[in-house]
Each structure stands twice: as structure tokens, then as C-alpha cells.
Design a protein around this ligand. Sequence first.
Ligand code: AMP
Ligand code: GLY
Length: 425
Amino acid sequence: MNVLLIGSGGREHALALALSQSPLLTTLFAAPGNPGIAELAICVALDPSDHDAVIAFCEQELIELVVVGPEAPLVAGLVDDLEAAGIAAFGPTAKAALLEGSKGFTKDLCARYGIPTAAYARFSELQPALDYVRAQGAPIVVKADGLAAGKGVTVAMTLDEAIAAVEGCFSGQFGAAGAEVVIEAYLDGEEASFFALSDGVNVLALTSAQDHKRVYDGDQGPNTGGMGAYSPAPVMTPEMTDRVMNEIIRPTVAGMARDGIPFKGVLFAGLMITAKGPELIEYNARFGDPETQVLMLRLQSDILRLFLASRNGTLDHESVVWSDDAALTVVMAANGYPGDHQRGTELRGLEQAADCDGVTLFHAGTRRDGARLLANGGRVLNVAATGATVTEAQARAYAGVAQIDWPQGFCRTDIGWRAVERERH
Ligand code: AMP
Ligand code: GLY
């Protein structure tokens, strides 16, 4: 079958790699794709926000499934419009994507169905929000309600920080996303990400990963989209996975169905494993970037078959197999990221890096200029590797990084440190 993949990041390169291995695939198209994806798919210059153009392309190329990578087209209703035009699409409707698009929506769902999450209150006006923060005290967490590119959350360790964050949201720092604010209790524990597929009714557990959100070594500096990841996350033991499925994921899918907004697609749960057990920090309604890069390196099942089952409501007939190996990815970013950074600098040494033991490269923000490969974004390249342990995957990935010649780029040098420390004991 012909498949159209929407997106252009490292996540989509990893999805393209997995899709290209499916025996069900005839031709893979990607819009807009990137130079790495172009080795696996036909890249087309379609604007995913132009739904009519996407529909016309699907009709012309006889696309039988559209796979949507990023959140923006989901929240904008691309899946709704494709399905209304008779084109099958993998991913949630705009309403169901509110699990990611509105933190307040998700918190209310948790409250209705007894899903463990931090105690919270929602505010649409400054003064009551400030009164609440003062009454609760620090540490406390302040969140813009809507999509704020991962920047709308302040974990305030002091009352002054919390007050500044509330004032920032209501003064328009995050635009419309901050018109409503969620204030919640601070949770202490170890974070992990967990992924599951849903077809609206049935749920299939995927696996876990650990992201590294801060830009510098030692988890210092501002938050980013993610500077590296590994899978599986050691804190997600089989027992913890069962608890997450039973206490968080299954009640969410059942609750959404009961509320008349069945969720189809990937549920990406950000979790805090506290002394009491797992608590939900947030949901994303899509795969993570860079988590998908490590997930796809461990996946041994046919991803296209699983996506079709999610879309068609037949996930109860499916199972999924993961390699016992660990996978780890290091994100290489342009100097200055997540702040201002330069585009158009040249990267060299990719072939040497790809030749290293166990290494796979995933392009993110790159562009070709003749024979040259240029940086074209903040997060530019993923150097990923598998290994028997996270320690081995880490050593292999950094051996690959050492081959990349890109003076205008940087990466963290400690991706996987928590798991490596655990493996040492
Ligand atoms: P989010 O964008 O909701 O994933 O939040 C970004 C980061 O803020 C998370 O990855 C956590 O590290 C942190 N965070 C969010 N909510 C809480 C909470 N209630 N308690 C402690 N840390 C939190
Ligand atoms: N890496 C975090 C995310 O994709 O949201």
C-alpha cells in the first residue's frame, strides 16, 4: 500500500525507517521530509497545514494511509479532514488531541476518572491565580494551558518564581496558549516516558524511554525539545508497566470513549514515578522526538500493521515485539540552541559515523546543497546506537558523534547517565 508520512524531523526519519521495512508497503511518500527521509521515501513539497492540498495529493497517489508525526497538524484537525474525505489516517482527531493541546482538559479527565496526577487548579484570571499560588506556597508548578512548544511549564522552587511565571502567562508570554493557566502540586520522583497505541477502545502497550530535556550536561540550562534519549527506561519494570497501564493508560482510553471522544493513535505519557507510584505529568498525542528514534531501533514488529490496526479498531488482535537490546540517541544541535542559532553551516563525516558499530543516523534539521549537507534548524542530527546495555549503546553512539565534523554544532556528552550509573551497580 502507498503511505504518506507527515513531518520533517528525526522522529519522522525513524518512522520512515520502520515503515520502509513493512512487507505491506508499496511506496512511501513524505511531506515535507528531510534529506535522511529522502533515502527511504519520495519527499513532496506539500504544506501539511493546507488540508485540501494534502487530500488532493492522497487522491492522486492512491494513498491508503496517512501517518501524522507532529502535534500541530493533529490539533489542527488534519486527521478529521482526511477521514471526512475518505482517506484513512493514523492519529487522533482534533478533539481527542486535546489530551496534548489542553493541559486543563487532561487534568479534568484525570479528576473525573481517578487517574493519578498532581493536585491542581485552573485559572483564567491573574488575581485568583496569584492568591492560589500564595496559599499553596513553593515548590509549585505553573503551566500555560495550550501548546507552547515545551516552554510553557515553570517548576518554581520559590514563591517569587511562581508569581513571575503566573504573571508571564497572563501578560501574553505564550500568546493564546497562556490565556488559561494550570497550577499544580510539585511531584518528586524519577521521570519516564511511556508509549501505548489505542484504537479508541483497545490498548496495546509499547515501551518506555527516557528523554533529556535540558540543554547542557548534568541536566542544566533551559528546556529544549529533547537532547537525547534511551530505551527502555530502567524504572519501568514489568510491575511498574502494569501499574501504568491499569491506573493511567486504560482508564484514559476508557474515559475518552465514555466522553464520546475516542482516542486513536499514540498515547505518550510523561510520568513521574513517585514513592506512591506512577503519576501522570502530561500526555502527548503523538510519538516523541527524540524518543521515537530509540523506540524504532528496538521495534521488531511491523509498524504499518500496528498503525492500520489502530486506525481500524483491531488492536485487540495485535502484539508487539521489542529487542532486548538498549538503544540510545544523542541529538546534535546548532550552537546557541534552544536560543538563536545559525543555519547553513556544513556537516561532514556522516558516512564515517554511520560505519561505526551499531550506529544509525537520523536527520532532523538538515538540508542538501548539491553534495553538501547543511544545518537547517536547531536540532539537526541524531547519532543513535543499539547495544546489549545502555552503557554499550552510549559508547557506540558517542563513537559515532566523534566522527561528525561540525564546528558550529554541539551535543550533550552525558546522555544516558542515570541508566549507566545504575548499570555500574
Ligand atoms: P511538561 O511540558 O508538562 O512535560 O513539563 C515539562 C517538565 O516539567 C516535565 O518533564 C517535568 O520535568 C516538569 N514537571 C511538570 N509537571 C511537574 C510536576 N507536577 N512536578 C514536578 N515536575 C513537573
Ligand atoms: N521529547 C519530548 C517530546 O517529543 O515532546
